[in-house]
Design a protein around this ligand. Structure first.
Ligand SMILES: C[S@@+](CC[C@H](N)C(=O)[O-])C[C@H]1O[C@@H](n2cnc3c(N)ncnc32)[C@H](O)[C@@H]1O
Length: 279
């Protein structure tokens, strides 16, 4: 079966990352696919530090530290090579890092061994892009950052349903997606066109490794908060949609009566579903 075009750039970056022995080289060559940072002097330590800076912000903001005992398990959907996973393994007794690409997950073990708690890490490959090989009700917290926006809409929907399935009753989900913006009128069809080019022999493979092109192509869906709330609202409690303050009024009008909370720490284009999972 041909590979779905949305998965191609991640797999391409995964293959490149496997060519390098040093984590610093991996970050210089492919680190931009995770945090958009580029530069010849980037280091793995700086890369991990960016995750160390962000993780406590989200754990505090979304009340994720209070969810379970010290023995709690967090599942991360879209861990990449472990930029945030390192900090998460210092906070949780077990982190189940899930990602599409096996090469990223292998590197994630190495990165966590250097900067986090390797004894707190398990990795799971998301082979089909939408099924988590993780048991029902086994996660205290299920977290995903800058990943669901990169999945095609059906994969994103299925991964959200999977996040709820694996989270135990009383556990919490914090799932990050992207809001529509006016730029999307041009950017979304352009991205779909570029993804189609990724399928071309030879040139497609080359294109899928170029930052300038890939950045235009990796925004794949804008599944809106209303749809997710309608679909899963009954299984959730203490639900909130979190956005940047600039987006609060508009999103509040869309999702009422679900509360909208805001923080300047949130990217203006992002939204988060934060909720407890019920029985
Ligand atoms: C922008 S990176 C973010 C990685 C990490 N959350 C971070 O902030 O550094 C997106 C990650 O999602 C993974 N990914 C993309 N589509 C996926 C899918 N359908 N299922 C699982 N992982 C996916 C990619 O391989 C990549 O590692």
């Amino acid at each position: 079966m041909p590979q779905r075009s949305q998965l191609i750039p991640w797999k391409a970056a995964g293959r490149i990352s496997e060519r390098f022995a040093s984590g610093d080289d991996v970050v210089r060559e492919t680190g931009w696919v995770f945090n958009n940072a580029t530069g010849k002097s980037l280091t793995l330590a700086e890369f991990v530090a960016s995750g160390d800076h962000e993780v406590p912000v989200y754990l505090e903001l979304f009340g994720l530290r209070q969810t379970g005992p010290a023995s709690s398990t967090l599942t991360e959907i879209g861990s990449g090579i472990g930029r945030m996973t390192c900090a998460l393994t210092r906070e949780f007794a077990m982190v189940v890092a899930c990602d599409l690409d096996a090469g990223f997950l292998e590197r994630c073990h190495e990165v966590v061994a250097g900067y986090g708690r390797a004894d707190h890490l398990r990795t799971v490959q998301v082979v089909d892009g939408h099924t988590l090989d993780v048991a029902d009700d086994s996660s205290d917290v299920t977290f995903s950052y800058i990943t669901l926006q990169h999945c095609d809409a059906d994969d994103a929907r299925r991964l959200i349903a999977e996040a709820i399935r694996i989270t135990r009753p009383g556990g919490r989900v914090a799932l990050n997606l992207r809001l529509r913006s006016t730029m999307d009128i041009v950017a979304m069809p352009l991205g779909a066109g570029i993804r189609a080019l990724f399928r071309l022999p030879v040139i497609g493979n080359w294109l899928s490794t170029r930052r300038s092109v890939t950045r235009l192509a990796w925004q794949a869906n804008r599944v809106p908060p209303v749809e997710i709330l309608q679909r899963h609202g009954r299984r959730l409690s203490d639900v909130a949609v979190w956005v940047h303050p600039d987006r609060e009024a508009k999103v509040a009008a869309m999702v009422a009566p679900v509360p909208v909370r805001s923080s300047v720490s949130i990217n203006t284009n992002h939204w988060w579903l934060v909720a407890d999972v019920g029985e």
